[in-house]
Design a protein around this ligand. Structure first.
Ligand code: SAH
Length: 509
C-alpha cells in the first residue's frame, strides 16, 4: 500500500463560511475529492486546481451511485496512493453513511480521519432564527429520518409514539415527501397538533425559505409553498421563539440578488461585502484585464525605471501588471532604484507594500489636483521625469496636470480592458430572466460592456436599476441609457454597498 489516505469530511449545510478550518486544510492537499450534491461548488475551489473531482451522491431523489460503488471509489484511489477527501453535506456522522464508509476503509486496511461538520439541523434552526433547545421549552432534541428504507434492511424502526410523547424538539431529516405521514404519526402518538412547526428549505443557501405553522397544518402549508428537498422539519415550542431570535431577515440587503460585473479575479471582494449584508451576489464578469502586447517601449522604460524621478501607480492592477512585466524581464523591486513612488489610494499602496515597496506619497483623494499637490509638496515638479504605468483606457487628467506643472511625463500602457470571451452560465441566466434587483458597475468599461451584453441578449437594460461606483461611471451609464439608481457618496466598493442599502431602505425593503 502507498501513502493513500482518506478524509471523511463534513462540508456543512451549504454556506461555504460554515466549513471547518480543518476541512479546508485537508481539501488543500487533496489529490481527489469525492463529493455529494449537497456540497456548495465554492467549497470545491479549495482543492488544488489539479485535483480530481468526482461527483458521487444523489441527484434529486435518485441515487446515482450505490454505497458499494462509492466505497470502492474511495478504496481504489487510496490504494493508488492518493489523498482522498470524501466531502459530505452537513456532518458525515448524521445520516451521512459514515458508518458504512469507515467500515469499508477499515476492512480494506486504509488509514482515514473523520472531520465533523455543522449538521443541517443546527444550521437550519439558527438561520431560521430559533434555538434547538431552551430551558423553558425543550430539554432535549431528537434527530430522526423521515425516509423509510426500501432496501429491505433490518435496522430498528422509529418509535413515533415515544417520539410524540417526548417533551423536546424533533428534527426530521429527509422528511419532505412524507411530511403528511410523519406529522400524522406524531399527532396519532399524542403530540399536540398545535405544536409550532417549521420547514426550512435550503438552509444557509441563497434563497433559503422558512415555512412555519403547526404540526397539524404544516404539511398543507409546505405543499402550498412548493417546498422541495433539501429541507428539514423542526417540531417544538422553540419554533415559536423565532419572533424574538430571527436575525438573517434583518440584514439590510436580505433577499436581494445583485449582479457583480467586476473582472473575475476582483469580483470576490464586492461579492463578500454584499453577502455580509445579506444579499445574494451573482457574478457575471464584464471586463477582463490583460497585459498589453510586448513592446520595446515597455521593456526600455522598465529597464531604466530607476532613472525616473517619479513612478506613479494609480491602481492595484497597475502594480500587479507592472510587477508581472518586471518578473518576465528577470527584474524585481530593485529595478525602482531610488525613483520616488506615488501610490494613488491606500489599496495601491498596499499592493506596492506586498511587493516590498513603500510608497513615498499616498494622496488620500482620488483627484488629479490632490495628487499634484502631494507631489509638489515633496519635490520640485518642474523638469522632473515621471513615468505613469497604467491601463490603456485610463483618462489623461493626471498626466495633463503634471505636464502643466512642467514635469516630463511618460504614459506607459501596460494592461488593457477587454470584453470577456465567455460568461458563466448562472450569471447569464439571471440576467436573461431578469431575476435581479440591482446591477453594480464599478467602471465605465463595465457599463459599456453591460449595455452591449443586454443588447446582444435582447434583454431590456432599462428595467434593472444600476449602482455605479462614481461620477465618471455614472456619466457613461447615463449616456448609454442605463437607469442609474445608486451613486455612492464615497467612491469605493464599501461606499457603493452602503448606498445600495440606503436605496433599498428608501424603497421600503
Ligand atoms: N449529513 C447531512 C444530512 C444528510 S441527509 C447533515 O448532517 O446535515 C439529507 C437531508 O439533510 C436532506 O433531505 C435534508 O433533510 C437535510 N439537509 C441537508 N442540507 C440541508 C439544508 N441546507 N437545508 C435543509 N435541510 C438540509
Amino acid at each position: 500500500m502507498g501513502k493513500g489516505f482518506v478524509y471523511l469530511v463534513g462540508a456543512g449545510p451549504g454556506d461555504p463560511g460554515l466549513v471547518t478550518v480543518r476541512a479546508r486544510e485537508v481539501l488543500g492537499r487533496a489529490d481527489a475529492v469525492v463529493y455529494d450534491n449537497l456540497v456548495h461548488p465554492r467549497v470545491l475551489d479549495w482543492a488544488p486546481a489539479g485535483a480530481e473531482r468526482v461527483p458521487m451522491g444523489k441527484i434529486g431523489h435518485v441515487h446515482q451511485h450505490s454505497q458499494e460503488e462509492i466505497n470502492q471509489a474511495l478504496v481504489d484511489r487510496a490504494r493508488a496512493g492518493k489523498v482522498v477527501v470524501r466531502l459530505k453535506g452537513g456532518d458525515p456522522a448524521v445520516f451521512g453513511r459514515l458508518g458504512e464508509e469507515a467500515t469499508a476503509l477499515t476492512r480494506a486496511g486504509i488509514p482515514f480521519e473523520v472531520v465533523p461538520g455543522v449538521t443541517s439541523a443546527s444550521a437550519a434552526a439558527v438561520y431560521a432564527g430559533f434555538p434547538l433547545t431552551h430551558r423553558d421549552h425543550a430539554p432535549s432534541v431528537t434527530l430522526v429520518t423521515g425516509h423509510r428504507r426500501r432496501d429491505g434492511g433490518t435496522g430498528p424502526e422509529i418509535d413515533w409514539q415515544a417520539l410524540a410523547r417526548a417533551s423536546g424538539t424533533v428534527v426530521i431529516y429527509m422528511g419532505i415527501r412524507q411530511l403528511g405521514d410523519v406529522a400524522r404519526r406524531l399527532v396519532e402518538g399524542g403530540k399536540d397538533p398545535a405544536t409550532p412547526t417549521a420547514v426550512v428549505e435550503r438552509a444557509t443557501w441563497p434563497g433559503q425559505r422558512v415555512v412555519t405553522g403547526t404540526l397539524g397544518d404544516i404539511a398543507d402549508r409546505a405543499r402550498e409553498a412548493g417546498v422541495k428537498a433539501p429541507a428539514l422539519v423542526i417540531v417544538g415550542g422553540v419554533v415559536g421563539l423565532r419572533a424574538r431570535c430571527e436575525w438573517l431577515g434583518n440584514k439590510p440587503l436580505f433577499g436581494k440578488r445583485v449582479l457583480v460585473t467586476r473582472a473575475a479575479h476582483q469580483a470576490g471582494e464586492l461579492s463578500g461585502l454584499l453577502r455580509e449584508r445579506g444579499a445574494e451576489p451573482v457574478e457575471l464578469p464584464l471586463i477582463e484585464l490583460r497585459p498589453c502586447g510586448h513592446t520595446s517601449g515597455i521593456e526600455a522604460a522598465l529597464r531604466k525605471l530607476f532613472a525616473y524621478d517619479w513612478v506613479i501607480l494609480s491602481s492595484a492592477n497597475a502594480v500587479r501588471f507592472l510587477f508581472e512585466r518586471l518578473e518576465a524581464l528577470g527584474l524585481d523591486a530593485r529595478a525602482f532604484g531610488a525613483a520616488r513612488v506615488c501610490a494613488v489610494g491606500p489599496r495601491t499602496a498596499e499592493a506596492l507594500a506586498g511587493r516590498g515597496i513603500r510608497a513615498d506619497v499616498v494622496p488620500g483623494r482620488y483627484v488629479a489636483e490632490a495628487l499634484v499637490e502631494a507631489l509638489a509638496a515633496h519635490a520640485e515638479l518642474r523638469g522632473a521625469s515621471v513615468l505613469v504605468p497604467r491601463a490603456r483606457e485610463a483618462r489623461d487628467v493626471i498626466p495633463n496636470e503634471l505636464t502643466r506643472m512642467g514635469a516630463r511625463v511618460e504614459v506607459l500602457p501596460i494592461y488593457e480592458n477587454v470584453k470577456p470571451a465567455t460568461h458563466p452560465a448562472e450569471g447569464l441566466q439571471a440576467l436573461k430572466e431578469g431575476r435581479l434587483d440591482l446591477v453594480t458597475l464599478a467602471s465605465s468599461s463595465a457599463a459599456r460592456n453591460y449595455a452591449d451584453l443586454c443588447r446582444d441578449l435582447g434583454v431590456p437594460a432599462d428595467r434593472i436599476p444600476c449602482a455605479v461606483i462614481g461620477p465618471a461611471t455614472e456619466r457613461t451609464a447615463r449616456t448609454l441609457g442605463l437607469p442609474v439608481a445608486v451613486v455612492p457618496a464615497e467612491y469605493t466598493l464599501r461606499g457603493l454597498v452602503a448606498a445600495a442599502e440606503e436605496y433599498f431602505l428608501a424603497l421600503g425593503g
